[in-house]
Design a protein around this ligand. Structure first.
Ligand SMILES: [Zn+2]
Length: 232
């Protein structure tokens, strides 16, 4: 009886450890079970990549001129169903010379999903990205940065690279000033910065982006696309 209880307790502990370990792998920005993952680049050169998640939305009309003003090329991880809603905006991103990446079709969590669901999400979005005229390197970023077994397995089979980030101002701060300060304090050569310019309060997020660009350009950083960063 006592022995049975001990085994049950050990069993529960093992399951708990596996759940915690599995969750950590799922949300980790720097590790996944299969295939290549880039969170930042190891370099001495003062280069960084500015990356934008989600959309496109009508906010593109305001973010593109801002990037142009500072001569910055960024990387946009676009959602397939949003490209369907805003095809012109997707084309404008491509025409402005930015890198475009795949952020799935529905922005659903790609955890505990079948291989056919995952491949449909990614391939449908690839097709929409190509229809927008994009011909460059098409990297992938998982929604919410989440990936467990099925997604990395699919990506490694397809020889597709996962791009995460090491600088995430939106996670830790709410005001533009705090976000810019956080970036200034944590930036390293080869960093990948994640920002979200496609939603409400566009003026606020544009101020954040402009603050980040000015601050880092003042420190002699050059902005490059993720693909260019990986070539360094
Ligand atoms: Zn997203």
């Amino acid at each position: 009886m006592k022995r049975k209880l001990v085994f049950s307790v050990i069993g529960i502990l093992i399951i708990l450890f596996m759940m915690v370990g599995g969750y950590k792998i799922t949300v980790s920005r720097s590790y996944q079970l299969f295939g290549g993952l880039t969170q930042q680049i190891d370099t001495e050169q003062k280069v960084v990549a500015l990356t934008f998640d989600d959309g496109p939305t009508q906010n593109v009309h305001e973010s593109l001129p801002l990037l142009d003003k500072y001569n910055v090329k960024a990387t946009f991880f676009l959602i397939g169903q949003d490209i369907e809603k805003y095809p012109e905006e997707a084309k404008q991103i491509v025409e402005a010379g930015h890198q475009v990446g795949n952020h799935t079709y529905s922005h659903d969590r790609m955890v505990l999903k079948s291989q056919s669901f995952i491949s449909e999400e990614i391939e449908k979005t690839d097709e929409l990205i190509r229809e927008a005229g994009y011909e460059g390197e098409n990297d992938f970023r998982p929604p919410y940065g989440k990936k467990f077994v099925g997604l990395p397995y699919y990506l490694s089979k397809e020889d597709r690279e996962t791009i995460t980030w090491n600088i995430e101002p939106d996670t830790y701060h709410t005001t533009p000033v705090d976000k810019v300060n956080y970036v200034k304090e944590n930036i390293q050569p080869g960093s990948i910065i994640l920002m979200h310019p496609m939603y409400a309060e566009v003026d606020k997020v544009l101020a954040e982006i402009e603050g980040v660009i000015q601050t880092l350009q003042d420190e002699d950083y050059t902005f490059v696309t993720v693909d260019e960063l990986q070539g360094m």
